[in-house]
Design a protein. Structure first.
Length: 195
């Protein structure tokens, strides 16, 4: 583990309790995270983003709805995941990450092979990794890198429990279908069944 690793004691301290840890990466205005936290008061929910104006929207929603099981990590998502203890996540969510459509920008996409590996390592066994995108080529990239992870099993899935966000509205208005994916962490050493 890195010297700046974030262990379970940190979360127990941050939330004042020990509970299943759920992380949404790139929460934007926080609508999905607020909804998730409200419907799962027994989960410790962490939003990771670098877009500060969105923090206020999420904090206001929590304040308005009396949600006290959300914390915000104002940091870059990939570094954040690398600092977490292996097997600590109950769920990991990435909804509508920036698609970076131009070929020369593809390397900026968040969900790549390295991200898939660190995500798989941070999930507990049977923990879920849910993703959504309205950009079909990015959905294909996500599926390729996640299918290649030996500790993950999954693929296209029913819509995750999430409200319609402005980014989803934009995609639908542009005629782009939304693709939901869900992968689960399987015990190490058990080969996944390919679809
Ligand atoms: C297209 S928006 C989607 C927001 C939200 N999930 C939704 O569906 O409305 C992508 C979000 O990811 C955040 N983001 C992009 N790259 C990031 C990174 N490397 N680390 C943390 N947040 C990131 C952006 O700041 C932005 O809020």
């Amino acid at each position: 583990m890195p010297p700046d690793a974030i262990g379970s004691a940190f979360w127990t301290d941050a939330f004042g309790r020990s509970a299943p840890l759920v992380v949404e990466v790139g929460f934007g205005n926080g609508a999905a995270l607020a909804e998730l936290a409200k419907t799962h008061p027994d989960w410790n929910c962490v939003g990771v983003d670098v877009y500060r104006p969105g923090f206020g929207a999420l904090m206001l929603a929590c304040d308005r709805d009396g949600i006290d099981n959300v914390r915000i990590a104002d940091t870059e998502a990939r570094c954040f995941l690398h600092r977490l203890e292996p097997g600590c996540l109950h769920r990991l969510l990435v909804f509508f990450p920036d698609p970076w459509p131009k070929k020369r920008h593809h390397r900026r996409r968040l969900v790549d092979a390295d991200f898939a590996t660190v995500a798989a390592q941070r999930l507990e066994v049977d923990g879920a990794f849910a993703l959504a995108t309205d950009w079909p080529p990015y959905a294909e990239q996500m599926q390729a890198v996640l299918d290649a992870e030996p500790d993950l099993q999954g693929g296209p899935a029913a819509r995750a429990m999430r409200p319609v966000t402005p980014f989803e509205v934009k995609g639908l208005a542009g005629g782009r279908p939304v693709v939901d994916l869900e992968y689960r962490r399987i015990p190490t050493g058990i080969a996944p069944r390919r679809r």
